[in-house]
Design a protein around this ligand. Structure first.
Ligand SMILES: [Zn+2]
Length: 179
């Protein structure tokens, strides 16, 4: 099991299946099971009758009708696309870069910090929600020291640099095999 992932917000209540309408309040519950984080998005009625047992994180949001997806052609490597790549990659060495990107996106109000979960093993899990799409991003807090921060910021800046003559930036998908 990895400690970081992205989960989309449901367009309907997980329990009663009633579709959310624009501006409806939804209640998000995260719990941990054998396969990872399980996310439920509930309407007010179902939330009122749902047990909080086993819930590690909870927040409330306002449903917005999803916008049409941006055309592929104009997608560039941004802090957001890079964070998505790094969260989907299973390489634990990206923990610091994931964290820096999440903080950058929070400052830009693209992500909202929803919760910090203090886990039994002493780690802190940060829970963000995408302001527009409602997806939740979970990532461990690497507790960077000040002297590590500058180095990681340089690393992230390098990953965000457009590479001349090539559509692909540096590979970020994990360690090379056989080392
Ligand atoms: Zn419901």
């Amino acid at each position: 099991m990895t400690e970081w992932d992205i989960q989309s917000r449901g367009d309907a209540c997980t329990t009663c299946q009633k579709p959310f309408v624009d501006k409806e309040a939804y209640h998000t519950l995260l719990s941990l099971d054998a396969t990872g984080y399980a996310r439920r998005d509930l309407c007010g009625v179902c939330f009122a009758s749902t047990s909080r047992d086993g819930i590690i994180s909870y927040w409330q949001g306002e449903y917005k009708l999803p916008p049409p997806p941006p055309p592929e052609a104009i997608q560039k490597e941004t802090a957001e696309t890079l964070l998505r790549k790094l969260v989907e990659s299973t390489d634990p060495s990206h923990a610091a870069a994931r964290y820096i990107l999440a903080v950058m996106l929070e400052r830009k109000r693209i992500l909202k910090h929803r919760d910090t979960v203090h886990e039994e093993d002493g780690n802190d899990l940060l829970v963000y929600e995408h302001a527009r799409t409602g997806e939740s991003f979970t990532l461990p807090d690497p507790h960077l020291r000040l002297d590590q921060l500058a180095h990681v910021q340089e690393e992230v800046a390098a990953l965000l640099q457009p590479t001349a003559g090539s559509a692909k930036a540096e590979p970020v998908n994990g360690p090379s095999p056989g080392v």
